[in-house]
Every structure is written in C-alpha cells, then in structure tokens.
Design a protein around this ligand. Structure first.
Ligand SMILES: [Zn+2]
Length: 67
C-alpha cells in the first residue's frame, strides 16, 4: 500500500501515534501540531516503499489508524 514517498511523525518520546503514514509533509505537520502535548517534540520524516515503520504498523492491528 505505501509504496510511494510518504511521511511519518517521529516523536521525541515513544508514542503509538507515530505509525501513521501521511501523504504529504504538510498533513503530517498539521496533525502533529494538533495532537502534540506541550512537553513533546517531533520531527517529520520522509519514507518510501522500504519503510520499516509501515511494516511494523501493518503487523499491528490495522483498524486503529487508517483514514
Ligand atoms: Zn511508512
């Protein structure tokens, strides 16, 4: 499914929220800013089809975070 360039929110602290792939950097940034807690920080990372996060994500329950 995610065989093209996509983006992830990479939280400074462990968070289950960072598995979600976004199609654009702008979208990822917007969501990150919305759900971010005051003490948390993040970076937006770019990934392609060889994405380890998506592989991990797909091995978890898939129902939670698909849009
Ligand atoms: Zn990914």
């Amino acid at each position: 499914m995610n065989l093209v360039i996509h983006y992830h929110i990479c939280w400074a602290f462990d968070s289950p929220l960072d598995w979600q792939p976004f199609q654009t950097k702008e979208e990822a940034t917007e969501v990150a800013r919305r759900i971010k807690k005051p003490a948390e920080s993040y970076t937006i990372v770019e990934r392609d089809g060889g994405c380890e996060r998506c592989r991990e994500f797909n091995s978890k329950a898939f129902s939670a975070v698909t849009e």
